[in-house]
Design a protein around this ligand. Structure first.
Ligand code: HEM
Length: 420
């Protein structure tokens, strides 16, 4: 593959251009599914585009590790991260250390702190609160009285933010600050959203703002524990000991960030898919029991997380390629989710698709910790939407965030008619 194609594969702007990025992925799946990629501004890596290969690498957490290199960053961004880390030194020995950055045995110990809460009763307890927030979103839609409005800004970006913040225990008055910080964080490559438009120096100051906020929150919960996720984290005991400040603040920050923009992207992208496929919208309205399948298809279709990286710890033969110890491997989830070896007619949006073994949440030991919560939110929201909205119409130009990590929408103008 030429440098030009390699550059396209990492380009935040190309990832925002669905037709272009999927044409590129389709070509790679067909001609070079385990592809040595050398973009001009990035360290080289193997690009994995097939569903089966991404599953294989994701499941081998002891061979393909997370701690060395988690995401695609330009060399300049990596250098800026290093500089920012040294600015932090004295207080922390590194900048950010979430469960996603860890390998075993730490990963197992730190994930265990919240796994039970996320997988079971913790999330279920919030069902009624999530339903109330969904109804509030629909009430807000009603205020537009069938006139055009920006669904991304007014609805999709706010609902998951409110859910995640109420679950974390961040009061409503602090939520605009969190919205700004997460958007700047994931939109760092987008000229309109990133703090300095270049995703270098100042970008890392954001982490400090998050950290100060969450360190204070943890101190509060340790002093006065409550029945919430913030307390579960603050009082978590990996290896039967207290959690370090860096790990505690990182834990909050990853939940605040990972739990918000991803779900927002599926909320908006799911509606866009329905706008583009009116027969699917009609089907959903006629038989609301199809909501569960619709949510899974929206996750497959939107695949908001574009990639994660692993690093090989030893030489590994994958297909026709030999991945050498130390090489980076990028898992391109949106590509896996259009692989025709797994999905019949993968470019058709079909809410009745079954089975639907998409990889939107990743796979293996690092598979999304928040997937039950994300499914719950999306299902409850869609249920309220289908019950109260009776007509949907596009109303202007759709704008996507330029990002190669978590995609999303800057604008999705629509006109929605409400029954009540
Ligand atoms: C539609 C919504 C979401 C999508 C598509 C999504 C996707 C992903 C993906 C692809 C990964 C990496 C998996 C891997 O490496 O195999 C991940 C990890 C993670 N997600 Fe999500 N996510 C979503 C929502 C959430 C929510 C709501 C939360 C928390 C409240 C969350 C928290 C996390 C955490 C903590 C990890 C790291 C897990 C680990 O490394 O062990 N995510 N997610």
């Amino acid at each position: 593959m030429s440098t030009e194609l390699a550059d396209a594969l990492v380009s935040p702007a190309v990832h925002a251009d669905e037709a272009r990025i999927h044409a590129l992925f389709s070509e790679l799946r067909r001609t070079s599914p385990v592809h040595w990629t050398q973009p001009a501004d990035y360290r080289p890596f193997w690009a994995l585009t097939r569903h089966a290969d991404i599953m294989e690498v994701s499941r081998k957490n002891d061979v393909f590790i997370n701690s060395r290199r988690l995401n695609l960053m330009t060399r300049a961004q990596e250098a800026a991260a290093k500089r920012a880390t040294s600015k932090f030194s004295g207080k922390y020995d590194r900048m950010y250390r979430t469960v996603a950055h860890m390998d075993n045995p730490d990963h197992r110990e730190y994930r265990r702190v919240t796994a039970e809460w996320f997988m079971g009763p913790g999330v279920r307890k919030f069902e009624a609160a999530v339903a109330t927030l969904a109804e509030e979103s629909l009430d807000h839609i009603a205020t537009f009285g069938g006139e055009p409005f920006d669904y991304a800004r007014e609805v999709a970006n706010l609902f998951p933010l409110r859910v995640i913040m109420s679950i974390l225990g961040v009061p409503r008055e602090d939520q605009p600050l969190m919205l700004r910080l997460t958007q700047e964080f994931f939109g760092a490559d987008d000229a309109d959203l990133g703090r300095d438009g270049t995703n270098t120096g100042q970008h890392f100051d954001l982490l400090r703002e998050f950290f100060d906020y969450f360190t204070a929150m943890a101190a509060d919960r340790r002093k006065s524990p409550r029945d919430d996720l913030a307390t579960v984290i603050a009082c978590g005991r990996p290896y039967d000991g207290p959690m370090g400040d860096l790990e505690t603040a990182s834990y909050y920050a990853v939940i605040a960030t990972a739990g918000h923009d991803t779900t927002a992207a599926v909320t908006a992208g799911g509606l866009l898919a329905l706008l583009e496929n009116p027969n699917q919208w009609q089907k959903l309205r006629a038989v609301p029991e199809k909501i569960k399948g619709a949510v899974e298809e929206m996750l497959r279709w939107v695949s908001p997380v574009k990639h994660f990286l692993r690093t090989a710890r030893e030489d590994y033969r994958l297909g026709d390629a030999t991945i050498a110890a130390g090489d980076g491997v990028a898992l391109f989830y949106p590509s896996a989710n259009r692989d025709d070896a797994v999905f019949a007619d993968p470019f058709r949006f079909d809410i009745e698709r079954t089975p639907n073994r998409h990889l939107a949440f990743g796979f293996g030991g690092h598979m999304c910790l928040g997937l039950s919560l994300a499914r719950l939110e999306l299902t409850i929201f869609l249920r309220a939407f289908v019950r109260r909205v009776d007509s949907i119409e596009p109303a202007g130009e759709v704008q996507r965030i330029h990002a190669n990590l978590v995609g999303g929408f800057k604008a999705l103008p629509v006109r929605l008619g409400l029954v009540h």
